[in-house]
Design a protein around this ligand. Structure first.
Ligand SMILES: Nc1ncnc2c1ncn2[C@@H]1O[C@H](COP(=O)(O)OP(=O)(O)OP(=O)(O)O)[C@@H](O)[C@H]1O
Ligand SMILES: [Mg+2]
Length: 150
């Protein structure tokens, strides 16, 4: 596994730029896990990525439905927010493991899903920085993603 890479995101625009860097690298079967506290920017990143992937629909916070599917230019985007998920069994009931190969999957609060996910994962951990719109992100790339984050 590659060494974690740390980036300083000085503004929302830096977070959009990170999404714009990652979007063209994606292909069906890829999974991005978004870690970080409430309000750290996981959904903000998901929206920016969706926009880069050509999703025209508004991406909302899927907390109450756990899983939402969007149509991107090249493939579907599955957006999950597992904050309210009760158990691993509930995750398996969502049927996500069968969908993964069809599109790109973004998962907020991925703890309960982690052991069912494929090997090629991009882990982004967002943290608050000392000023309002600043964040730091730790990137841990597994599988084919490692080559892009060295
Ligand atoms: N550099 C930044 N990157 C991302 N979001 C930022 C940044 N600076 C400020 N923000 C703001 O922080 C907020 C992040 O909210 P967001 O809904 O993305 O958090 P979240 O991590 O998805 O939280 P939750 O765990 O509740 O789903 C947004 O209001 C966004 O505009
Ligand atoms: Mg969110």
């Amino acid at each position: 596994m590659a060494k974690p890479k740390h980036l300083h995101l000085r503004s929302e625009q830096d977070t959009r730029d990170l999404a714009a860097f990652i979007a063209p690298l994606l292909q069906p079967g890829d999974v991005i896990c978004l870690w970080g506290d409430l309000g750290s920017g996981k959904t903000f990143f998901a929206r920016a990525l969706a926009s880069e992937l050509g999703v025209s629909e508004q991406v909302d916070s899927p907390s109450f439905v756990l899983l939402k599917e969007y149509q991107g230019r090249r493939f579907p985007l599955f957006h999950l927010d597992l904050y309210r998920l009760g158990s691993e069994a509930e995750f398996l009931d969502l049927g996500v493991t069968d969908l993964i190969d069809e599109g790109v999957t973004l998962i907020e609060w991925p703890e309960l899903a982690e052991k069912y996910l494929p090997k090629r994962i991009l882990n982004l951990s967002l943290r608050f920085s000392y000023r309002g719109a600043e964040r730091t992100v730790e990137i841990v790339a597994k599988g084919r993603f490692s080559a892009y984050f060295i």
